[in-house]
Design a protein around this ligand. Structure first.
Ligand code: UD1
Length: 407
């Protein structure tokens, strides 16, 4: 693959930023939104709660002055777990929230116990009944929260709730992902008092209300990493524009270790791949470690590398559902608990395969690009949750890829 591709806004930054518009009235103008299904689902949920909006391509104006409901229903939450991000803002501003408890998902059980425990520390009364989380608090009170694990959406929910709490909240062992910093930057623009976002200790001084603001979402580091890997797996030469290389440090250093030449340019990253990639040892970790959201994609690369690789998944318990599909393409992978050992082969063979989740779909497509012959990926609707115009962008880089209706 050869050429340039432009990266859109980060889905995982856009979702909490949109949810946080519930924290106050005033117009919020959010730009550089990725045009993906999860973003439409969040806008739909906010509208159901009473948020007025005007969507124009990658820019949306929202106004949460007139909220008439505080319940996020099962039908929406089951299609997008990140709907749980409305819990903290609704509770903090209206004193109550009812949110369907997200169920299990393809990559693990994914509980939200740490979100709930943190809200209880802030003085909320929280219980689960008939599949719904019920949270109440006439006024949240700042407190010291020690997260057992630096959960990303948990940190975001608590950060948002604490913005309107009485007094100071200190979040220890907070997640440090760039998307947390982006949310905090937006909230600060709206009048919140937040210190230390991007470190493991975030301090929030509660304020009585937030106002509107204009904000542009950061570029998507997972989308950028996916296109760099598409270049790497096809012995390609790609320039990935509109991304922040600093957000991809762990990924870029692994791609270099695999033999790719990686250059940071003014607005992006250029990657030139070798004839044959070298094998890697990779462990997914919280930021700034290697992201779990690029694990399936990097595994596709390792399938065609020149030796034995080990990929250890430490963030989610069941995130290897793409492995049996890669086997169908001739890959040699053994899974033992959290570890996958991959024997690289010089050639994968195209096959019909099935996607299990958003990032697994991208991993299978990368494997298909490297494979001899045709690969048909079904359940490709998973892709539309998080990749904007994926097949068009791959096509622009020279891939022979088509979306078939009903796939
Ligand atoms: C977010 C991202 C997702 C990414 C993940 C890890 C969004 C919308 N999604 O998901 O793309 O793959 O971070 O980088 O931003 N856990 C608990 N209890 C909790 C919360 C989490 O045990 O209350 C566990 C989970 O089961 C998982 C681990 O913590 O094993 C990490 O999950 P978390 O950071 O919460 O991921 P999400 O925020 O759901």
């Amino acid at each position: 693959m050869k050429g340039e591709v432009a990266i859109g806004g980060a889905k995982n930054a856009a979702l909490p930023i949109l949810a946080s518009t519930l924290l106050g009235g005033g117009d919020c103008v959010v730009s550089n939104l990725p045009q993906v299904r999860d973003v439409s689902t969040m806008v739909k949920l906010l509208h159901l709660l009473g948020v007025a909006y005007h969507l124009d391509g990658s820019c949306v104006t929202l106004n949460a002055s007139d909220i008439h409901a505080t319940e996020a229903p099962y039908d929406l939450v089951k299609t997008m777990r990140a709907s749980v991000l409305v819990l903290g803002p609704l509770l903090a501003r209206f004193g109550e929230a009812t949110v369907s408890l997200p169920g299990g998902c393809a990559i693990g059980t994914r509980p939200v116990n740490l979100h709930l425990k943190g809200l209880v520390t802030l003085g909320a009364d929280v219980y689960v009944e008939h599949g719904y989380i019920h949270a109440k608090a006439s006024k949240l009170k700042g407190g010291r929260i020690e997260l057992d694990f630096p959960t990303v959406t948990g940190t975001e929910n608590l950060l948002m709730a604490a913005c309107l709490a009485d007094g100071t909240t200190v979040l220890h062992n907070a997640a440090k992902e760039p998307e947390i910093v982006d949310l905090a930057d937006f909230l600060v623009k709206r009048g919140a008092k937040i210190f230390g976002a991007g470190t493991d200790t975030i301090t929030i001084d509660g304020v009585s209300e937030l106002h509107g603001a204009e904000y542009s979402v950061i570029p998507d580091r997972v989308e950028a990493g996916t296109y760099l890997m598409a270049g790497a797996v096809t012995q390609g030469d790609v320039l990935v524009n509109h991304c922040i290389p600093g957000h991809l440090s762990a990924v870029l250093s692994k791609l270099e270790e695999a033999g790719c030449d990686v250059y940071e340019e003014q607005h992006g990253v250029r990657l030139t791949a070798p004839q044959r990639l070298r094998p890697l040892e990779i462990k997914t970790l919280v930021y700034p470690g290697f992201p779990t959201d690029l694990q399936a994609q990097v595994m596709a690369l390792m399938c065609v590398s020149s030796g034995t690789s080990v990929v250890s998944e430490t963030v989610f318990e069941g995130r290897f559902l793409h492995v049996p599909e890669l086997h169908r393409m001739g890959a040699t992978i053994e899974v033992d608990g959290h570890h996958a050992v991959i024997q690289g082969t010089s050639v994968l063979t195209g096959a019909p395969v099935m996607a299990s989740d958003l990032r697994a779909s991208a991993g299978l497509i990368l494997a298909g690009l490297a494979a001899e012959g045709e690969t048909a990926v079904s359940r490709v609707y998973h892709l539309d949750r998080g990749y904007e115009r994926f097949e068009e962008k791959l096509h622009e880089l020279g891939a022979n890829v088509q979306r078939l209706s009903g796939a």
